[in-house]
Design a protein around this ligand. Structure first.
Ligand SMILES: [Zn+2]
Length: 604
């Protein structure tokens, strides 16, 4: 579900080894200098982006030591350039220049995820720390029996076990086992926070967290308050889902799941309890299936991977977008090759910032992949729409938008849409809605508090509000506060449980996933309205609506050129994020959940 984007989205690694100011003369810089600087940035990124995209594509399609090294080198070049440009942009702070140039300079300054200190030794130490944390996580394994190497499990094995096992003891052992990989990361993380803060301060930010929050076109503290406001809006729905799932799991597991109080973090079908889809069979009511299986239909019709992608393309052309270029069909990867190792995780690519867009997926005949195709193509159509912008603006309005657009389109993959494209004879009636909505809520509503808390923890670590001695306690305090989950056994200071989540050792910001989860429903509601949809929101599809397509294109073509509230207003007529669309979408489910949990405790 990724898209490749180097510029402005920033990169996790960066080494600022180039002496800042090597081009600066003693005279005060002029508007002409600023223009020249931005032209150089544009040309440099244009060239480097092409190199890095090609290297990345080849590396993921032909995994060898050499292609990996070439990919790393090309990516590092962009990181170095981003870091260098961010530092140089400060020179023009007091120069009078046109607003769009000022925005480009500002974006350069907030583009970094990691700012390395100017001291070369510290810069190298910081870069090595991130590599080391990433590699410790990547190599992470838990062995049930230390004497038997084949009893060892990596994160994929653990993920499968958590998804499928219904044996509490076995699940608990695997959960605790996975969390043994991260204590060695703790010391590195502490030093990493120190050094990355130093780099952020040199760029004028209070700390690394403030630097991350500065990307959102508002004061960092105002952004924090925005997130709280959005969470308060959806919290009642989450509480209902939480109460219902607790009741069902208590029936299944007895005292291992308390009748009231927090849910045990290990029994939700996912190692981080961030997506509860895997326990759907334990919590769904009888006869709650959607009334049809798209997976079965695709298999019965022997629909090929290409035909599935063609259907996805038809969705976009039906709302007014140009067909994908011939190179898309020649160069994309649609099926897992038999002769070599590839990275199969679905992703969308924009290789040359001209017209060479592609997807890379190993498509199976499943409903999930059918939706994912619509999602990935959303990235491609976004990339094509903002092509005319300067390099720095070739990204989504904020980092939540790119993922949200793909997911918005996937929300339009409704039974009614499947009828229109001839995959389904008749859409099921409203009596099937609860199954459909519960399934979606276990993924999208369950995720919300998790999407929020990762960066709540990190921001407080960067600001010093959470000290190293409190790392683990603060982590579980936040998980209790937001998710209402508790660990299956005491988690003292000897553990470093945040490090057992990929994005922490990898130093990837996480708030974007929370934003995308909120925004996609807001987008879906606005586009459905533009399409004149009169059914309940969860049954709306914008397929064939030129009006909705026009609205969508207005936002996509803006790229990052305007503050995100402007982009949001172009789609929704409001410049404020609004979680009430989630409540609208899940309204029938929320009512049903209230009935199911009548007389039961709600909250923890
Ligand atoms: Zn995606």
């Amino acid at each position: 579900m990724l898209h490749r984007s180097f510029v402005a989205a920033g990169l996790a690694l960066s080494v600022a080894i180039v002496a800042a100011g090597c081009q600066a003369s003693t005279a005060a810089p002029t508007a002409q200098d600023a223009k020249q600087f931005l032209d150089e940035v544009d040309a440099t990124f244009d060239r480097m982006y092409l190199d890095a995209s090609r290297a990345g594509w080849v590396a993921q399609n032909f995994i060898t030591v050499d292609t990996e090294a070439m990919d790393a080198r090309a990516t590092q070049a962009i990181s170095d350039a981003s870091s260098r440009f961010a530092k140089q942009a400060v020179r023009f702070d007091n120069v009078e220049i046109p607003a769009d140039q000022r925005r480009q300079l500002n974006l350069l300054k907030v583009s970094l995820v990691l700012a390395t200190p100017s001291d070369p030794k510290e810069s190298e130490e910081l870069t090595n720390l991130v590599s080391s944390m990433r590699s410790t996580y990547g190599k992470g394994k838990w062995c049930r029996d230390a004497a038997k190497p084949d009893s060892c499990m990596n994160i994929d094995d653990i993920t499968k076990l958590l998804a499928s096992s219904r044996n509490e003891k076995e699940i608990r052992a695997a959960w605790e086992g996975w969390h043994t990989i991260s204590p060695p990361i703790k010391k590195d993380y502490q030093r990493f926070a120190e050094l990355s803060n130093k780099g952020a301060k040199e760029l004028g930010f209070a700390d690394t967290g403030a630097m991350w929050r500065a990307k959102y076109d508002m004061a960092p503290d105002a952004f924090t308050k925005e997130l709280d406001r959005l969470w308060d809006q959806v919290r009642p729905l989450y509480l209902q889902l939480h109460a219902y799932v607790r009741m069902k799991l208590h029936e299944k597991y007895g005292d291992a799941v308390p009748a009231k109080g927090p849910l045990p973090a290990h029994l939700l079908g996912n190692i981080w309890a961030q997506d509860w889809s895997n326990i759907e069979d334990l919590v769904a009511p009888k006869n709650a299936d959607a009334g049809y299986s798209l997976t079965e239909i695709l298999k019965r019709r022997k629909m090929s991977a290409i035909d599935m992608v063609k259907a996805g393309e038809r969705f976009y052309t039906s709302i007014g977008f140009d067909p994908l270029p011939p190179t898309f069909w020649e160069r994309s990867l649609f099926v897992r090759p038999k002769d070599r190792e590839v990275v199969c995780h679905a992703s969308a690519w924009d290789i040359d910032a001209l017209n060479d867009v592609r997807i890379k997926m190993c498509i199976d005949q499943t409903a999930e992949d059918f939706s994912t195709i619509h999602h990935e193509l959303g990235h491609n159509f976004y990339q094509r729409a903002y092509l005319k912008q300067p390099m720095i603006f070739r990204d989504s309005a904020n980092d939540g938008f790119h993922e949200a657009i793909g997911d918005t389109i996937a929300l339009s993959v409704t039974p009614e849409y499947l009828v229109k494209i001839g995959l389904l004879d008749k859409a099921p009636d409203a009596s099937r809605d609860i199954g459909l909505l519960l399934s979606r809520a276990l993924e999208k509503v369950a995720f919300l508090p998790f999407g929020l808390l990762i960066d709540q923890w990190r921001w407080k670590v960067f600001s010093g509000e959470i000290t190293p001695a409190q790392y683990n306690k603060a982590w579980w305090d936040l998980r209790l506060k937001y998710q209402g989950v508790a660990p299956p056994s005491p988690r003292g200071d000897e553990f470093f449980d945040p490090g057992a989540k990929y994005h922490v050792p990898d130093n990837t910001p996480y708030t974007r996933y929370f934003l995308a989860d909120i925004l996609q429903f807001q987008f879906h509601r606005a586009l459905s309205k533009a399409a004149g949809c009169a059914t309940p929101l969860h049954r709306c599809s914008i397929y064939e609506s030129k009006q909705a397509g026009q609205r969508l294109n207005n936002v996509l073509s803006m790229g990052l050129s305007k503050p995100w509230p402007d982009a949001l207003a172009a789609m929704t007529d409001s410049n404020e994020m609004d979680a009430s669309a989630i409540l609208d979408y899940f309204a029938p489910l929320q009512k049903w959940l209230q009935e199911q949990t009548k007389g039961q405790p709600v909250g923890w």
